[in-house]
Ligand binder design. Structure first.
Ligand SMILES: Nc1ncnc2c1ncn2[C@@H]1O[C@H](COP(=O)(O)OP(=O)(O)OP(=O)(O)O)[C@@H](O)[C@H]1O
Length: 345
């Protein structure tokens, strides 16, 4: 199901055109108040654009008569799972198929299947009041999928969650989004990296950059993409508690989500501020030590970003001076395993 969207919303100063190809996940990135939710609202049918059109699977949804949200076969998942409080998780998930005319037993079977798919089968009998934020969001994902949407619209689905549960949910999303046409609004570069095939960067209501995720983040042209692209990422294979790259680098960490098997393709992701910089490799601590050569130093807020090829570390100005850092200087980047997220690729 392909989505073509062009929308001008004059009073919000939003003018955006984008496409999501069949089976593709596109992440909408951008600073606050830049029009991301507005675009989703237009796609969902909650907001009529002043100009433009929304075409899903060849069907124009914004003709003279605006196709209303419930008739679009799109599913919108927001930060707040918005489950029906008086229904159990199973009944919440079965609601969509039931409304579409599926018989009670078949709807419940389907709901069970979707709950299992998102790792929430044990929650079937619980009401939303007895679910944690992460559990409720899993149930909400199952509910969205059970309605067999042609298009999934996700508005910061992980933003309201505890950082501890977000990685596992992200892994679940990665699995269920495979092959589904999805538009995902996010602030988090990890979501874009791990979930999106392409990114569209908005700024002040306009598209300022778009392209395949890895390309945009590797060679960002907009200030926003450059800022969000600041994560370190090492790709390789999971082996003996570390992600090992072809070039010999190994980064220890703990897998988020499902267990990895030896030899599985994996990425280790960590933030520059989690990296400590040493002139001499520290001995005896449970850290990953990467021997690198400084390529660049740049101011980054009140810190200095130390770049070494594709890796970066943030250190205080004082530390940068004390270490006498300059391009060409060999140093060790050290990062604790607890600061490293490991994901299946
Ligand atoms: N319901 C509304 N009525 C009028 N203006 C709105 C409404 N919602 C948002 N706006 C305005 O439209 C513009 C775009 O906002 P929007 O919520 O789409 O941005 P966003 O990128 O999703 O922001 P955030 O990341 O903060 O959620 C902003 O100027 C905002 O103030």
């Amino acid at each position: 199901m392909t989505l073509e969207l062009a929308a001008t919303v004059t009073d919000r100063d939003v003018e955006v055109a984008l496409e999501v190809a069949d089976g593709e996940t596109v992440a909408l990135l951008g600073p606050n108040g830049t029009g991301k939710s507005t675009v989703l609202a237009v796609a969902a049918g909650l907001l009529r654009p002043d100009r433009g059109r929304v075409v899903l699977d060849g069907e124009e949804l914004t003709g003279r008569r605006l196709v209303p949200p419930h008739a679009r076969r799109t599913a919108l998942l927001a930060q707040d799972p918005l489950l029906f409080p008086h229904l159990t998780a199973l009944e919440n998930v079965a609601f969509g198929p039931r409304s579409a005319g599926v018989r009670r037993r078949a709807a419940r079977d389907r709901a069970r299947g979707w709950l299992a798919e998102v790792g929430a089968d044990d929650l079937a009998g619980r009401r939303p009041g007895r679910l944690s934020g992460g559990q409720a969001q899993r149930v909400a994902i199952a509910r969205a999928l059970a309605a067999d949407p042609r298009l999934l619209l996700l508005d910061e689905p992980m933003a309201a969650l505890d950082v501890a549960v977000a990685p596992a949910l992200r892994q679940t999303l990665k699995r269920v989004l495979e092959g589904r046409t999805t538009l995902l609004v996010t602030h988090d570069v990890l979501d874009a990296l791990l979930l999106a095939d392409r990114v569209v960067v908005l700024d002040r209501g306009r598209v300022v950059e778009h392209g395949p995720t890895a390309e945009v983040l590797a060679r960002p042209r907009s200030a926003f993409a450059a800022r969000v692209a600041g994560l370190n990422m090492v790709r390789g294979r999971w082996s003996a508690g570390a992600v090992r790259a072809d070039d010999g680098r190994a980064v220890a960490g703990s897998p988020s989500g499902p267990a990895l098997r030896e030899g599985d393709a994996a990425v280790a992701v960590f933030r520059p501020r989690a990296v400590s910089v040493f002139r001499h490799a520290p001995g005896g601590s449970p850290r990953t030590a990467l021997d690198v050569v400084v390529t660049d130093l740049e101011p980054h807020g009140d810190q200095v970003r130390v770049r070494a090829g594709d890796l970066a570390a943030d250190v205080t100005v004082h530390a940068a001076a004390e270490l006498d850092l300059a391009p060409g200087v060999p140093v060790t980047f050290a990062v604790k395993a607890t600061e490293v997220d490991v994901y299946a690729q």
